[in-house]
Design a binder for this molecule. Sequence first.
Ligand code: KMH
Ligand code: ZN
Length: 277
Amino acid sequence: MPVPPEALLVTVAPTGAETTKADCPQLPTTLPELVRAAQDSEEAGAAMVHVHIRDDDHRPSLDPERLKDTVAALREGTGLVVQLSTGGSVHDPLDARLEVLDAAPDSCSLTMGTTNFGDDVFSNPWPFICDLYQLSQEREVVPEFELFDLGHVAALARLIARYGLPYGGKVHVDFVMGVPGGMPGTTDALVAGVAALPPEVTSWSATGIGRTTLAVGLAALSKGGHLRVGMEDVLTLSRGVPVESNAQLVERAVAMGALAQRRPMTPAEARELLGCR
Ligand code: KMH
Ligand code: ZN
């Protein structure tokens, strides 16, 4: 059955790779903290979790065993669609990022181009994108295409034209806006991005980094899109007011959705929307 238009996919991105535990002790960096954050977020209305893991010293990690344990623990403790980040941190090598799929998540992020990322470079060369995409098709993992810039939208059209549709037949993208070096987190930029999406795209969400979070969230709702929120993307609720938990951000997204007469999608509906198993 098709997912009704009033259903709102809320994805929670609880951890990311950029914030240190020392700077933000409430950031979920251990497996029990991550599972608890995911459970509370599910309770608040999230249907998918976008996962970055950390090592015992709370540093970003792509350790294969740890990734497998994380997928298992999230499946055991939640009903959420489990999406592993293949972006990792800006320091992760491309081969380790491909190996993320060995952990057999439901979904994986797939960024559609290289981006200046603050003072760093988030590297996504075209041959890497093609390898990761083909691997996702082979492994039956549903990609979420991360679009940091308008050029990434054009690259998505090129990728689909060359290699066909993803596993599951649906094409879901997420606009990641407001990264210093990427497209700005504005309504105008979102409108341009949505207008440029290739016809194969079946659903889209948006997330605004830092102070752009509300502008992007409201613009996405007004265009009928879905939302990604979480401590990967924003650490304050308003100027000087720190985020205490990921569930708090999910609750706010659900409340914004309610104003737009949208209700949170269930994980089962999210699987249908995304074409996950
Ligand atoms: N941490 C960023 C460099 C993704 O998860 O795929 C990349 C990122 C995107 O967060
Ligand atoms: Zn990420």
